[in-house]
Write a protein that binds this ligand. Structure first.
Ligand code: G3I
Length: 371
């Protein structure tokens, strides 16, 4: 009997120890810092609002980066590999059978689709990252080049993409209100573009028509930066009205790239979203990041707790705007998985630091109300 009592007592003590241990463990877990693996996936948080996207490069395939992408995002855009300088032949082909370089893009698109993600094509017609021979020659030659390129490339990815950035960054910066008054848009275009030089303003409409023929199911977007500028957004608005009046629903969406800095006023973003929504087109926030600097770039070493908090607050304010316009916004894509590999790495513009730790900006996106 005495022995039994000792055993029961021992069990009770052990049980008590175990109980307090479990309690301690639970509270530790509750206060454990969240990681990309434990934090609720961004794509789940916004599943009733819009798609959540990020960019992909070949280095992401088969690495931890792809695991982060598939956990938090449901949509991918190739950072560089679907641009003409990656896909088009480097030199002018001597016949009509152009040998494209699809290998890298195919690997990324197929991996994304296998992971049940959606893919956006970026981009068909751009003044930059485009082999020069494509835009050299007479108007007729260059137009034929453009139509063939779009036909072949959009045809190659047919039915695999949810959207194409058909034309990218056609408008120049620094537009005045008189530039955009009276519905004019042709005189607001970037004149240094090889496409513009050879074909004139009509290259935009022709590009959208060719994209519609090649892959009618991929939504056709016009994509640009600084679209929170009242004048640049007005020029784009004028163009969409003009082209869509002549060709119903030809331009189906506007991609607001959204490369911001701490000085961006979220009200300007809201105003442009409302302006574009009134056109009846889709809106994608297509390349979002926020440099932790007030205007220009940060100097190395300027990153501080205060930058970090201000950046988080601005991400929260932006997402509050996006949520309020979720019926018009189809997707929010970030331009960079982490600060280490961002195109603006020295300006710490993304949600994760270079070691993939979650920054305050990440939590601002997960719950804008807390900031
Ligand atoms: O691939 C070469 C590599 O072989 C070489 O060793 C290296 C040396 O600099 O350059 C590599 O190419 C770079 C390429 O990115 C791939 O990393 C180019 O120099 C560099 O200019 C290029 O930058 C890209 C930029 O577009 C080009 O315009 C950025 O990664 C990409 O994030 C950026 O994305 C654009 C969007 O397409 C359109 N909107 C703006 C956005 C940011 O600029």
């Amino acid at each position: 009997m005495k022995k039994l009592n000792i055993v029961v007592c021992a069990l009770l003590v052990l049980g008590a120890c175990d109980f307090s241990f479990n309690e301690r463990k639970k509270s530790e877990v509750e206060h454990e810092p969240q990681t990309w693996e434990t934090a609720r996936p961004l794509q789940d948080i916004y599943k009733n609002d819009f798609l959540m996207g990020n960019i992909i490069s070949p280095r992401d395939l088969g690495t931890v980066r792809f695991a982060i992408l598939t956990r938090h995002y449901n949509t991918l855009t190739a950072e560089n590999q679907m641009k003409p300088d990656h896909i088009a032949p480097a030199a002018k082909p001597s016949n009509t059978n152009w040998e494209y370089r699809f290998t890298e893009a195919d690997r990324m698109v197929n991996a994304a689709i296998e992971a049940k993600m959606k893919v956006v094509g970026h981009t068909l017609v751009w003044h930059s990252q485009t082999p020069s021979w494509l835009t050299e020659g007479t108007k007729q030659t260059v137009l034929a080049n453009m139509e063939k390129y779009i036909g072949d490339v959009a045809g190659h990815f047919k039915d695999k993409l949810i959207a194409w950035d058909v034309v990218n960054e056609a408008f120049r910066d620094g537009l005045t209100s008189s530039d955009v008054s009276g519905g004019k848009w042709e005189n607001c275009l970037r004149t240094e573009s090889g496409w513009y030089k050879a074909i004139g303003p009509e290259y935009i409409e022709k590009a959208f028509l060719a994209a519609r023929t090649a892959d009618p199911n991929a939504k056709r977007y016009y994509n640009d930066y600084n679209l929170n500028s009242p004048t640049k957004s007005q020029a784009v608005y004028n163009m969409v009205i003009d082209i869509n009046v002549r060709h119903s629903n030809l331009i189906e969406g506007i991609g607001m790239q959204s490369h911001h800095h701490l000085g961006t006023d979220p009200q300007t973003v809201r105003d442009s979203i409302q302006k574009f929504a009134s056109l009846g087109v889709e809106i994608a926030i297509s390349e979002m990041d926020i440099m932790a600097a007030d205007g220009g770039a940060l100097n190395m070493g300027q990153w501080s707790d205060s930058n970090s908090k201000r950046q988080a607050a601005l991400y929260a304010a932006m997402f509050a705007v996006f949520k309020a316009h979720k019926s018009n916004i189809t997707r929010v894509t970030f331009w960079g998985l982490d600060d280490g590999t961002s195109w603006r790495a020295t300006n710490y513009p993304t949600l994760l630091d270079k070691d993939y730790n979650l920054k305050p900006a990440f939590f601002a996106v997960t719950d804008p109300n807390l900031f």
